[in-house]
Write a protein that binds this ligand. Structure first.
Ligand SMILES: Cc1cc2nc3c(=O)[nH]c(=O)nc-3n(C[C@H](O)[C@H](O)[C@H](O)COP(=O)(O)OP(=O)(O)OC[C@H]3O[C@@H](n4cnc5c(N)ncnc54)[C@H](O)[C@@H]3O)c2cc1C
Length: 473
């Protein structure tokens, strides 16, 4: 195949790369998207197993995620609410199981007071942080020097309160132990959702899902890009100069003015750059690493927990399965549970045989929801850590001290090379919303550079109606 000539080549057909391509196309630019996998969507991925719809990757949307909401509105995609009725279940450190109503974990009053103190302090500092530039906070250097684990203990001496609060960001979001990332990184995570209170409120952050699944968003955008999306084309080599780039896929080569590298930062070094990237990028990229979480699905003939007045929302900071939710897909009569096993516990699970792993995880679900959880009709666990084109889950974060030191460089372009992914976002960091924001923002920066116009930092997508003619051309 003769090399293609385009204004912009995009590497990666996840939500960020596809959003960038879509916006560029709306602005009248020619694009080609080269995707390594045989599908679009990246860390959003759906499969149907024995009739059950399983969202293996990203799935939830929260009310603050306005970039993603505006995209799905444009695409005509609707959402449905997660099942939330009934009591939640909490398993304490001593193994006591309690079904409870309301927002507070059923722990002693003293621990509740300490948790509220931690939440208030996290909310207070989060309100001072601009998620786009957390390294500009006056205390950024100091907050990036201390691990989240130790920082929590400078505010409260209640171990149980610190573990409960730590869980929301460590196991629950960054999927790394709380001693491996900084307080500043944790505060970026909460600032990305508007406040720490938003982040810990499962009814907010895990509010709704897509009818047609989250991967369906990428599939719908890719459909609008038509033949300009090339699957099975990992880009392993990129020639570049100030004049432009040549990206080499498996069977497609693209010459372009600019390139968007829309892959997670831990994969930047899979590409061989000619000439090499500058020192700053070489070093920065080594400090962004993926967390690890297993997302496990168990499908039952009925959502039996509902009969017992339970929502299936379950938490246990010391449990193997640290969080569980009702994940029954829109319109299905079966009942689906989703559970999460993070960092060190995920490592331990992958040391077991498949049968032993399944038994341990189902036992973990049964500890919350009873014996009926032991016998699902479908059992599936995601293993993004083994996926060559992701290598972990959910996303990347910096090691201790990395955000303050390297963050300011993470969004700089290197000549014609631009980086875009949810991992680099402020608002919507680590979420599909952040991927869409970054895609749109990167497109706007490129449009300004190519057209010689001013970059509008408030840009939030090309007006779909005005641009319709170019998109469908
Ligand atoms: C298990 C799991 C659960 C999650 N849950 C949620 C959730 O509920 N809500 C939410 O908002 N977010 C969730 N996320 C996060 C969300 O899925 C990601 O933030 C989002 O997909 C990131 O989009 P992206 O385009 O930046 O990167 P990706 O989705 O990773 O896309 C990058 C693409 O680049 C491709 N690629 C990589 N290297 C190359 C190469 N060299 N050449 C060509 N192509 C390449 C990859 O194949 C991939 O398709 C979850 C993620 C996981 C893994």
């Amino acid at each position: 195949m003769a090399p293609l000539d385009r204004d912009v080549v995009i590497i990666g057909a996840g939500p960020s790369g596809l959003s960038a391509a879509y916006e560029l196309r709306k602005a009248g630019k020619t694009v080609a998207v080269l995707e390594a996998r045989d599908r679009v969507g990246g860390r959003t991925w759906t499969d149907t197993m024995d009739g059950a719809t399983i969202e293996i990757g990203g799935q939830w949307i929260s009310p603050d995620q306005t970039a993603l909401y505006s995209l799905i509105e444009e695409l005509g995609i609707e959402t449905f609410e997660r099942y939330k009725q009934g009591k939640s279940v909490y398993i304490a450190e001593d193994g006591t199981r309690t079904a409870y109503d309301g927002e507070d974990f059923p722990v002693g009053e003293a621990t509740i007071a300490e948790m509220n103190k931690l939440i208030a302090e996290l909310d207070r500092i989060t309100a001072e942080i601009d998620p786009d530039v957390p390294w500009e906070h006056p205390r950024a250097a100091e907050l990036d020097m201390i691990s989240f684990h130790h920082w929590l203990r400078t505010i409260s001496s209640d171990e149980s309160a610190c573990n409960n609060i730590g869980l929301f960001i460590a196991g629950g979001m960054l999927t790394k132990p709380a001693h491996t990332f900084s307080a500043l990184q944790a505060l970026l995570m909460s600032a990305s959702a508007g406040s720490f209170s938003n982040l810990v409120d499962e009814d907010f952050i895990l509010d709704r899902r897509m009818v047609g699944t989250m991967q369906g968003v990428s599939i719908a955008v890719a459909a609008r890009l038509g033949d300009d999306v090339y699957l099975n084309n990992p880009v392993l080599k990129l020639d570049w100069s100030q004049e432009g780039v040549t990206a080499y896929g498996a069977d497609v080569t693209v010459n372009a003015k600019k390139v968007v590298i829309a892959v997670p930062p831990n994969l930047y070094s899979r590409i061989s750059y000619n000439p090499p990237l500058p020192r700053r990028q070489h070093i920065t990229h080594q400090h962004q690493s993926m967390g690890l979480v297993i997302k496990v699905h168990a499908v039952y003939s009925t959502p039996f927990w509902r009969e017992e007045g339970l929502s299936a929302t379950c938490f246990g900071p010391n449990q193997l399965v640290q969080e569980v939710y009702d994940n029954t897909y829109h319109g299905e009569s079966t009942g689906t549970l989703v559970g999460f096993i993070s960092d060190l516990k995920a490592d331990a699970m992958f040391e077991l045989s498949e049968a032993a792993r399944k038994e341990a995880i189902l036992q973990g679900l049964a500890e919350y929801l009873g014996e009926r959880a032991l016998t699902p009709e479908v059992f599936y666990l995601s293993d993004f850590g083994s996926e060559e084109w992701t290598r972990g889950a959910y996303a990347t974060s910096y090691d201790l001290g990395g955000l303050y030191r390297f963050g300011p460089a993470q969004n700089e372009n290197v000549g014609p090379i631009y980086f875009s992914s949810s991992d680099l976002a402020g608002e919507g960091y680590q979420h599909v919303d952040g991927a869409v924001r970054m895609g749109r923002r990167t497109a706007a920066r490129i449009i300004a550079a190519v057209d010689g116009t001013e970059y509008d930092s408030s840009y939030n997508g090309v007006d779909p109606l005005n641009a319709l003619a170019t998109v469908t051309a």
